[in-house]
Design a protein around this ligand. Sequence first.
Ligand SMILES: Cc1cc2nc3c(=O)[nH]c(=O)nc-3n(C[C@H](O)[C@H](O)[C@H](O)COP(=O)(O)OP(=O)(O)OC[C@H]3O[C@@H](n4cnc5c(N)ncnc54)[C@H](O)[C@@H]3O)c2cc1C
Length: 290
Amino acid sequence: MPSFDYAAPTSLAEAVKLMGSSGTVRAFAGGTDLIDQLKTNRRNADLVIDLKRIPELQKLEMGSDGLHIGAARSCSDVHHDATVNRLYGGLADATGLVGSVQIQNRAAVGGNVCNAAPSGDTTPNLLTHEAVAVITGPSGTRKIELADFFVGPGQTVLQSGEILQELILPKPPESSASAYLRFIPRNEMDIAVAGVSSFIHVDPATKTVRKARIALASVAPTPVRARGAESVLEGKVITEALIASAGDAAVESATPITDVRGSAEYRRELVRVLTRRTLSICLERIGISL
Ligand SMILES: Cc1cc2nc3c(=O)[nH]c(=O)nc-3n(C[C@H](O)[C@H](O)[C@H](O)COP(=O)(O)OP(=O)(O)OC[C@H]3O[C@@H](n4cnc5c(N)ncnc54)[C@H](O)[C@@H]3O)c2cc1C
């Protein structure tokens, strides 16, 4: 592996200062993507900044504006967190699918987001929970909708010297739930051929869908919302037929490619099936039977 300098700041201010150093500087959370990219010369670095020792980037707590997940907090911690399991079920699903237990212990949710792979498992659920990205850099701190964070495969809106500080997920209302499923040809340690996260908020008395959010992985250059499917659901009484229609509509938001992992047609079919299944899991989690 090419040599590079390494720094492990213990404050956000120090990290931001180091990010402004000359040469190619890269943030490092778990390193489960970055180390391989450096080893195989897909990325270069003169200086790598380890973010794991910065308290703000290790947050995992509910605030008045929602759940704060520090960008260096591990997938394992998020996967096992009681609040995540109670209120953000799809995020517990997704963080438990990344790689293996060993990978989850190192890999951060923020690293998954910043790596910006279309197949990243945590991003669809973060999108369905309407996560806000808090970005800190030399010009201060800014907040953007996570939906506006991804530019293309491996590309984000982060400017030179900026780091993702944390993600904020608004507290979901009562009678809502999310779920994430992906398809891989083997049981673990593989990249999603397609992944779907669904979130629904349902009126328990009338079974009317008050809000629906659906997002897809591995079927477009970036993670993508299935807005057509959301419109199919919102304001309607939830039925098996409506869930099937939402699955069909979700396919319209997918623009997949054919590659070694699956054909475009196969991926579209997976989106249809996984959308239906994740919606059904959401209903089970809310406690609504059809
Ligand atoms: C064996 C194996 C299996 C895997 N399986 C899966 C899988 O099933 N699903 C999946 O989605 N991924 C998988 N991955 C990919 C990887 O583990 C995940 O993407 C992981 O979440 C990356 O997190 P990290 O903390 O290790 O990121 P890092 O490798 O530390 O960083 C990833 C990228 O983001 C940048 N970055 C990190 N944090 C910040 C920040 N706060 N601000 C700005 N930039 C930042 C880095 O510079 C780098 O470019 C796998 C990887 C391996 C090696």
